[in-house]
Design a protein around this ligand. Structure first.
Ligand code: NAP
Length: 256
């Protein structure tokens, strides 16, 4: 029980990596605020996740609100305070990656991506940090960045800067929030099979290429991120802040 009775907020927890992290945190003893977009089509998955967490003997509630809104972080924190008495861990995970070429990138797509992945994250991290400071018992903030914070992508020119931005946000927040005992770290997933890339990976040749680039010989699964998130959330990493952890099966170092 790494997170016994901790109150954990995870954005983008209805599916994919966030969902796996929510279940792992609950297994480790936490109560979880599930953030999602608020879309009606996501609600059945959210209700199912709440039931799974309750079956583990923990509590969960959901907040449906666009990650790009500057006040969504306040709503998530309010829910955590109301239901679980505070916030110990904030995981900023919600994100989108709508592939598009650079030269004809629609302004709306660029702005939606930056708002969802980075601008909203800034205000949500700020809201969580202020609550942690008020509580006076420290806390852990984790941003799910990406291997794309370190490498480029021709169809991701709107996306990779948001992921580099999240990594940088965690580095600066580690300095700003260290005096309050609040640790801030970034997680950098490689290629993890989720809805975000299912169209891209439907191309068998592309999929095989990505597998061949990965020393561990397979693409990632959402569960592969759950352990690292629980670790960074817990006191097992009590002296880790401002760090970034690649969880990519070795893909990043596989240049030659
Ligand atoms: P996913 O399966 O598509 O899940 C995305 C999650 O984000 C869903 O819970 C979704 O909620 C939520 N979300 C999307 N748009 C939102 C919005 N505007 N407001 C609030 N919530 C929103 O994706 P994933 O692969 O698990 O990705 C999670 C994070 O990991 C992202 O930040 C992504 O950039 C990062 N990442 C993923 C990979 C990968 O290979 N999969 C690699 C590196 C980094 P709804 O269900 O309500 O839409």
């Amino acid at each position: 029980m790494l997170l016994n009775d901790k109150s954990v907020i995870i954005t983008g927890a209805s599916r994919g990596i966030g969902r796996a992290a929510a279940l792992e945190c609950a297994r480790q003893g936490a109560n979880v605020v599930i953030g999602y977009s608020g879309s009606a089509s996501s609600r059945p998955a959210v209700d199912e996740l709440i039931a799974e967490i309750e079956a583990l003997g923990r509590r969960a509630c959901a907040v449906g609100a666009p990650a790009g809104d500057a006040d969504t972080g306040d709503k998530l924190v309010e829910a955590a305070v109301e239901h679980f008495g505070g916030v110990d861990v904030f995981v900023n995970n919600a994100g989108i990656c709508p592939f598009h070429a650079f030269l004809d990138m629609p302004k709306e797509l660029y702005l939606e991506t930056v708002n969802t992945n980075l601008n909203g994250a800034f205000f949500a991290v700020q809201a969580a940090a202020n609550q942690m400071k008020r509580q006076g018992r420290g806390g852990a903030i984790i941003a799910v960045s990406s291997i794309s914070a370190l490498v480029g992508g021709g169809m991701q020119t709107h996306y990779t800067p948001t992921k580099a931005g999240l990594l940088s946000l965690m580095q600066s927040c580690a300095i700003a929030l260290g005096p309050y005992g609040i640790r801030c770290n970034a997680l950098l997933p490689g290629t993890i099979e989720t809805d975000i890339n299912k169209d891209d990976l439907a191309d068998a040749e592309k999929r095989e290429y990505m597998v061949s680039r990965t020393p561990l010989g397979r693409l990632g699964r959402p569960d592969d991120l759950a352990g690292p998130i629980a670790f960074l959330a817990s006191d097992m990493s009590q002296y880790v802040t401002g760090a970034s952890l690649l969880v990519d099966g070795g893909m990043f170092v596989n240049l030659q």
